[in-house]
Design a protein around this ligand. Sequence first.
Ligand code: 5GP
Length: 207
Amino acid sequence: MNRKSGAVLVLSGPSGAGKSSLINKIIEDIGPTYFSISTTTRPMREGETDGVHYHFVSEEVFQQEIEAEMFLEYAVVHGNHYGTSLGPVKKALKEGKLIIFDIDVQGNDAVQSRLGDITTSVFITTPTLKELKERLISRSTDSAEVIANRLEMAKREVQRISEYDYLIVNDNLDEAAEVLVSVAKAARMKIPTLHINEFIQMWEAQA
Ligand code: 5GP
């Protein structure tokens, strides 16, 4: 069957769980991919580049984009707006790519309701809350207050693991990456409902 229809891989999990490192590690090994660059109102962190890590915009611009219905989904996370632009997603789907979203649990919920039949979701976390705290502290990009907020948020997010297809505990980066490559390859093979009907018709027509 023609697999040029594209698919979606949602990755969620607490900040500091290693999602970005994992994505960077697997991206070369999983075929044609589009990594969705979100739009956010959060201030840029040291080492981040506009248009690479996020599209950094003001609250005013974000509101305009909401009104223009430019987002597939958007949510408030840690007090800032984050949103996934619809345009590039449509384009990547047409090109048959695997689209990777690094979005929170609210975003997963929205993507599941709009693109559920082609979406595979993965929750990525550290082995323990203690380890998450240590990683956030050693990353030293956030203030103590921000870290405390992120840990509280992580506790709430972990409660929603059952909404995901897979759980990856990022204890060892190489091992976690190996599992994620398998999941990403399988995600690409998800069959859109529309294609199932088309396939059955074509299959029966050639008796
Ligand atoms: P950070 O500020 O650490 O880059 O990201 C904070 C959280 O926002 C992460 O859990 C990340 O997955 C989530 N996030 C990033 N972009 C989006 C988005 O477009 N939509 C949603 N719903 N969450 C996002």
